[in-house]
Design a binder for this molecule. Sequence first.
Ligand code: GH3
Ligand code: MG
Ligand code: MG
Length: 323
Amino acid sequence: MDERNPTSTEVEELTLALLHCRGEVARLREREHLFSTLVDSLNAVLWALDWYNHRVIYVSPAYERIFGRSAALLLADYQEWRNSIYPDDLDYAADSLAKVLETGAVETREYRIIRGDGQLRWLNDKCFIGREGEAGDPHIIVGIAEDITEKKQLEGELHRLATTDVLTQSSNRRHFFECALREFEHARQFATPLAFLLLDIDDFKQINDRYGHQMGDQVLQRLAQCGASILRRGDLFGRIGGEEFAALFPGCEPTLAQQIAERLQREVKRLGFSHQGKAFAITVSQGLTSLEPDDQSLDALFARADAAMYVAKRQGKNQIVRG
Ligand code: GH3
Ligand code: MG
Ligand code: MG
């Protein structure tokens, strides 16, 4: 064994190496600090998953904030990830995650989770293949999950505003006809019955003139509620003009459509209004028609119902006419 004392050159080299190591440790510590500051301030969960061993190997601190669940539990048990996903979305979340193995990146995953406190939240969870395994197989998947609940709520609200009539909360004209067109095409394709109804309040202008515009607005609101209340599941109802409404009854034979229209006619008459102690009621005229084999477009039904309603008005209003 060499027991000689190190030469001064060797001591110098060792000292330099030691100083270099210290510098490296300090530099790594600084980077580690920077990295955790970045990850902590990010309002999204960074995660890494060992695909073949079904193990979550890393989640950033935002996990506990966003999921309201323990990160330690998730790291210990992969089942915890499955538990946190809204059951209806679990298949989608698992399938879209598996897809990353084929595509390398999946950037459009959106699904719901159930927080530890039971709250439902929407996530956008992008994932990527992290690094190559020894056999060349990808085995680490990394991802970034962002809470998009507020964005989803805003989208829902925008959709509601774009499709409903502000005064009556019924579908607006554009949305009603968009949905009606889909039902028309479906009925044509599968040769199923379809009924179309137009409804116009009688002498509505007089209501405004006698009782004021605000009362007129109330009449429109009550009429829309009444229309909505007699609809069956899958029926459409919308305000398509000032005091004009339309309804579409998919799968509805002409006799049933007639019965629905008659019921609506009775219910509207039963709506009671009062203005400065004076009670009044309203009536409506309806034009009703059903899909015929020659109808090439929704317009054909609309035109027939409109013509029928015109006849109802001319014959004295407060009645249903079939077209
Ligand atoms: P008819 O029996 O022939 O249908 O006569 P009508 O008076 O009901 O029909 P007309 O088309 O002459 O008048 C409709 C009135 O509806 C005119 C318009 O000022 C009023 N109107 C349209 N939109 C609204 C609304 O949002 N609120 C109120 N209060 N009135 C409205
Ligand atoms: Mg009218
Ligand atoms: Mg009108």
